[in-house]
Ligand binder design. Sequence first.
Ligand code: SF4
Length: 449
Amino acid sequence: MACFVRPFFTLSTKRSSTRLFYGAAVKNISYVKYTCCRQLQLRASFQSSTSVHSVNLQTAQQSVDTKADSNNNAVVTDKPAPVDIQKVFLKGLTRVQMQRWLESLGEQKFRALQLWKWLYPPQGGGVDNFAAMSNLSKSFRNKLEQVAVVDSLELENVYEAKDGTKKLAFRLKNRSTGGGGIIESVLIPNESWVTLCVSSQLGCAQRCQFCYTAKMGLHGHLHTAEIVDQVVIAKRLFEKEKRISNIVFMGMGEPLHNIDNVLRAIEILLDEQGLHLSHNKVTVSTSGLVPEMERLAKETNVNIALSLNATTDQVRDQLMPINRKYPIQVLLNTARRIYTNERSGQKLFVEYVMLDGVNDSIEDAKRLHMLLAGIPCKINLIPFNSHEGATFNSSSESKIQFFHEYLTQKGHYVFTRESRGQDKMAACGQLGKPRKLSVSKKEYEQNPM
Ligand code: SF4
């Protein structure tokens, strides 16, 4: 997988560097604290591998977080993220991990299931505090309060579009990566169910040219708990008449770039003792990270949405730089192998954003048919959703209709996706808020902490 942003701890040791990434707290960051940050980052990696995410006072204090503005986007504020002592994010633990963790605290195994039921009732989302867990003894609740956190996100704002789509802006409560910030999820009501589109990263490194989130760059991976909490809190607040039954990893970020946390979150979301979502109602999108696609197919049986968007390498190289590493034939050969041989229950969706004059010619339609011949998939045609600074326009309705009809005639299953939530910047490719991520040494010296 291509990573276009170097890790924080590498850059953080270079005093002379004029560009800082990942830290997000660019304006307030202090060079003298870089060594500390490096240690924290290394520790965070270790903790991430065991799924116990703790936070650090110093890192949290360094962070500059973001806030949603009147245009519904995340913007920078200098307000530090809430500070916490070192605690475990409960929703970063699978059920087995929770059992082990409780045993390490001297508690009995059955406590894990008790706790799990409070966090993940199948309907309506779980409680947000330990006091509400009424069948747990007071001493156990007090003990938990000292060492663990129930929610890792705080709902900052809700923006409702005319069509009923809701964009939810969540503040990351604690960031061991030193970022702080706001992530966005989108609730999309349908006739009898609701789909929730979740984010997997704060920003994105993949630089797809048609995507607004890409302009943010990557500020950090979301922890497992921060992914799971988007679902739990949305269910708690909005699951009324209709069930939130479909989850799509199509919000901010490339999910397969953060595959460890995404896989663990999926395990928690599908757990039959908890939310018990159906694997065929969960879809993970990717810009085309081939090794991680293979891993996803091996380790889960959820659906995958492959964002293709071009029929020649020449065009895809320009639209999606990941194509220079994994060209179209490599990508589609992998998809063909995975979805015709290895797995039968998983669905493959091929996403195609329709860009006027770029990928919507008759030749493109013909090539798309040839490329996908023999691959069992559904093709989603997506009208381009514009945003500030966009250099593309959506294809005309007649061109989209031509694509739809041509591919259907050729035997493909085709769906033209309706654009939802555009007036609140909640539609596909419109999430997040790009902002300046770098600061020169001179700027820093003029405005130190
Ligand atoms: S389309 Fe997806 S992978 Fe590409 S930059 Fe946007 S968020 Fe990242």
